[in-house]
Write a protein of this length. Structure first.
Length: 190
């Protein structure tokens, strides 16, 4: 911990992020949201995407700071625009729920898809729901099945159940198409 603190104090954004996370979760130090806020802010202000996402999360939950969904979105967006999949997922959720921004299913689907394309299991599930309902995207059962299948393959049991329920609304050809798309899919790097 001493080495990490020294690196953080010397301005290393990655070390600042790790120290902030340590304080946030009480890992090898007493849990202290005020210290978490200090170190995550230092990391975030240097443009370090995990630090920006971490700071946004503190604002989102009101840990060490007054809850502020608008500030949360500001920091999620900075990290999301750098391709950070967790922040893309979080920004999509903010748009979906209207937290800190106006509710916008189109923007929610856009950011959720960016995260899903990088392999975020929660984003895969939410994107599948969007396609099954036509929220923010055109309703597409093949795409929905594909994303539910990918989430299920990553261990998401509710996604497997949703996929199986969806099949009752699909033709055998649509199911084959969805299975082929899922089989061919590879996660994108940011």
């Amino acid at each position: 911990m001493a080495k990490l603190r020294k690196e953080a104090e010397q301005g290393d954004a990655h070390a600042q992020y790790n120290l902030g996370v340590s304080y946030e979760n009480g890992l090898d130090v007493p849990q202290d949201y005020s210290q978490a806020l200090t170190w995550l802010r230092k990391s975030a202000e240097q443009g370090y995407a995990p630090g920006q996402n971490g700071l946004a999360t503190l604002y989102s939950y009101g840990r060490g700071v007054t809850r502020d969904d608008k500030q949360s979105v500001v920091w999620y967006r900075k990290a999301a625009e750098q391709g950070y999949e967790r922040a893309q997922y979080n920004l999509g959720a903010a748009y979906f729920n209207g937290l800190g921004v106006a509710k916008d299913y189109r923007q929610a689907a856009l950011w959720t898809e960016k995260s899903a394309e990088q392999g975020n299991i929660y984003a895969m599930y939410n994107l599948a729901l969007s396609y099954s309902r036509g929220q923010g995207v055109e309703k597409d059962l093949v795409q929905s099945h594909k994303w539910f299948s990918l989430a299920a393959a990553s261990g998401d049991k509710p996604a497997a159940k949703k996929r199986d329920e969806l099949e009752t609304q699909m033709t055998p050809e649509q199911i084959r198409q969805a299975q082929a798309l899922a089989k061919e899919w590879k996660p994108r790097c940011k």
